[in-house]
Ligand binder design. Sequence first.
Ligand code: EZ4
Ligand code: CO
Length: 402
Amino acid sequence: MKIIDARVIITCPGRNFVTLKLTTDEGVTGVGDATLNGRELAVASYLTDHVCPLLLGRDASRIEDTWQFLYKGGYWRRGPVTMTAIAAVDTALWDIKGKMAGLPVYQLLGGRSRDGVTVYGHANGETVPEVLDEVARFLDLGYRAVRVQVGIQGIGSIYGVSPDTAHRESGYVPTAESSDWSTARYLHQIPALFEAVRERFGFDFALLHDAHHRLTPIEAARLGRRVEEYQLFWLEDLVPAELQEGFRIIRQHTTTPLAVGEVFNSIWDCQQLITEQLIDFIRADVVHAGGITHLRRIFQLADLYHVRSGSHGANDLSPVCLAAALHLDISIPNFGIQEYMRHSAETDEVFPHAYSFADGYLHPGEVPGLGVDIDEELAARYPYQRAYLPINRLVDGTVHSW
Ligand code: EZ4
Ligand code: CO
C-alpha cells in the first residue's frame, strides 16, 4: 500500500487551518492537522517543499518507521514547525490504517479505557457576574468541567477573556497589542473569581484556570497556595516552562494541581517535569507534539509518574486534531481531561466529523479511521488570511508573555 499523493490544504473558515491529505494507491485517504497558529505557512512549506516529495512511493502502513524517518532523517530535530509537520503525516497514516482495518483508531490503540472523554469548556467574561452567567450556561449544557477567565480592573483587554472568545481567544486577530499587564493586579483580583464560582455553583464540577505563562515561579507559588480552598482541578501555564526545574519552586509551596505543555513539541520538553513529578497534567497535543505516535509516548512516560493527560484543544487546533485526540484520550489509562473549545459552524462544515458531545463527554464515534474529513470544495471558498496571536506588554512597555 503505497502513498501516491500528499497534498496540503489551507483554508480559513473563520480562522486558518492547514491540513495534510494523503492518498494511497488503493484510493484510501487519510488526513492530518498541520495548523501552527500564526505561523501556518511555515508548516505548509515544510510539508509541501520538503516532506511530501519524500512520502510518494512509501509504504503507508509503516507509521513508526515513517515517524523515525522524518524525525531522525531530517537531522534538525524538534521545534514546533518540524514536529507539527511530522504530526500531520503521522495522524494521516493512523487514519489510513484505521480505514484499512475497518476500525476506529482507538481500537488500534488498545480499545476503550472509558465510556466517554470528559471535556472542559471556556467560561469567559470581562466581569465576575458575566463569567458566572457563562458557567451557568456550561453546567446547563451538561459540562462537568469549566475553565474560568475574567478581566482584571486596571488592565485593558486581556487575551482570553473577551465574551466572544469562542472564536477569538485562540488569537484570530491581526496583531492585537495590549499594554498594561500587571501581575500584581491579577494576583490581587483573581481569587475573588474562584470564590464567587464556588459560592454560587458549589464544588461538584471541575474548575480550571489558565494563567498563560504570565507569572514567575514564586508568584505562581503564592497564587496556588492562596486558592487552595477553592479546590481547582488545575492551574494551567502559571509560568513559562522552558526552565523545567522552575516548577520545583511552585511545587514546594502549594497542593493546587499544575498543568502545562500546550506549546511543547516533544517528550524532551517535559521529561524533567514528568519524572520529578513537578506537574499533575501534561497538556501536549497531537498536532504540535509529533502526532498520535509521539503524544502516546509522552502519555506513557507520564503514566509512570502519576501525571495525567490534559490535552490542549483550543479551536485553532482543527477538528482533525480533535478527532485524533479523542481516539487517544479514550484509550489511554492515564487520561485526565480534554479541552474543548467548540469550532465555528463554518469550520464544522469544512471538516465533517463523527465525534459528538453528550452529557459533558465527547465521543470519537465508530467510523473507521479518525472519523473526520475535509470538504475540499468548501475549503477552497475560504482563502488563507494572515493573522497573528496578540502581544502583551507591561505598563512600562516591556514585552511580556500573554
Ligand atoms: O492560547 O491555542 O488553553 N488554551 C489556550 C489556547 C492558546 C491557543 C494558542 O494558539 O491557552 O487558547
Ligand atoms: Co492555555
